[in-house]
Ligand binder design. Structure first.
Ligand code: AFP
Length: 337
């Protein structure tokens, strides 16, 4: 079987993809290199002193794990030198990461979650890097947030690296979703999952049901729908929840299903749920949509939401199209009654 790398794939489809400019290819190359370095560290996590906490608290008020810190540092170090970015934003940094004056700037804006699911690292559970890429508007200097923030529908590319049984890269430039698996013997991501399509109706629901008491009645009705037998399948969906969004999302993308992280109405810390619009919900919703699925906050398509702040949180219902539509339908009925 001919083996195709990510960059070859991008270049082969250059005609369909206006993204395959030299600058975008460079951006992707640097991102891939950073992910390979992170993957190498994640893979030896049990062997060297990289597990546990650094003792610091990040912008989300969470303890920073050493590997989070490392992944963030590798990404920033590589990407600020790439010469193609106008600014960078990370889940781990409160403010924009500006491109230092000694490096050339470009016209892309990169947002990432360096190591999603990191609270699972010590248990050897799959974690991942989620990324989202925008082109900046003309005249943007990269130091004003208001010039950089755009709706998810404006993303030029998005995807994730999953550090699991093998390391994978799944991404879209708006022309389908493609998955590549890292072959450690050659050090390249090779095309393994061309043109991923997710089933229109899934068979898995993924939610942290421990929050049942914190949900409003329509949210409980939604979860009852998936776990009961009075649904489109005529039988309960299988319950699967890793607690590592990128891993839960990836499994559901391949098998069909829905991931839910609703608003916690009684938790003042999470009035909009826990997940972040820009570095988690938007990029994964772009991937889901390109695979034939959808992402919603229960009312609107995630990709249509106008961001107001860098670390904005949003309720997230993402996965198979019909399952996400059912969530919106139940919330809409509840609003009318
Ligand atoms: P960490 O990066 O702190 O592990 O958080 C992971 C995450 O943001 C996302 O990956 C999970 O889906 C979600 O949190 C799990 O949250 P709960 O523990 O509240 O279910």
């Amino acid at each position: 079987m001919p083996q195709v790398t990510v960059i070859e794939h991008l270049l082969l489809h250059q005609k369909e993809s206006p993204m395959a400019t030299g600058r975008f290819t460079r951006l992707l190359n640097e991102l891939i290199l950073a992910a390979k370095i992170i993957s190498r560290e994640v893979n030896k996590a049990g062997l060297v002193d990289v597990l546990g906490f650094t003792g610091e608290i990040n912008v989300q008020g969470e303890q920073v794990q050493k590997l989070d810190d490392y992944a963030n540092m590798v990404l920033i170090h590589r990407m600020e030198r790439a010469g193609v970015l106008c600014a960078i934003a990370s889940e781990e940094n409160a403010d924009l990461v500006l491109i230092p004056d000694q490096f050339p700037k470009g016209d892309y804006f990169l947002i990432f979650d360096p190591l999603d699911g990191s609270s699972n690292i010590d248990a050897n559970v799959n974690v991942g890097t989620i990324f989202s890429i925008y082109r900046t508007k003309e005249g943007c200097t990269g130091d004003k947030l208001c010039d950089l923030l755009q709706r998810g529908s404006e993303q030029v590319a998005a995807g994730y690296f999953l550090y699991g049984t093998s390391t994978m890269m799944v991404y879209t430039t708006g022309r389908g979703v493609h998955g590549f698996t890292l072959d450690p013997s050659v050090g390249e991501f090779l095309l393994s999952h061309p043109n991923i399509k997710t089933p229109e109706t899934g068979r898995i629901y993924s939610v942290n049901e421990a929050y049942w008491d914190y949900w409003d009645e329509p949210t409980r009705e939604i979860v009852r729908y998936f776990k009961g037998s009075d649904n489109r399948r005529g039988q309960p969906y299988g319950g699967r929840y890793i607690g590592s969004l990128v891993a839960d999302f990836h499994r559901n993308l391949l098998y069909g299903g829905i991931f839910l992280y609703p608003a916690d109405h009684r938790d003042p810390k999470k009035p909009k749920g826990k997940l972040r619009l820009l570095c988690e919900a938007s990029p994964l919703s772009f991937v889901a949509a390109q695979a034939g699925g959808a992402g919603s906050d229960g009312v609107r398509d995630i990709l249509s939401i106008e961001p107001e702040e860098l670390h904005q949180r949003v309720p997230l219902f993402i996965g198979s199209k019909n399952d996400v539509a059912m969530v919106e339908e139940i919330y809409a009925k509840a609003r009318q009654s």
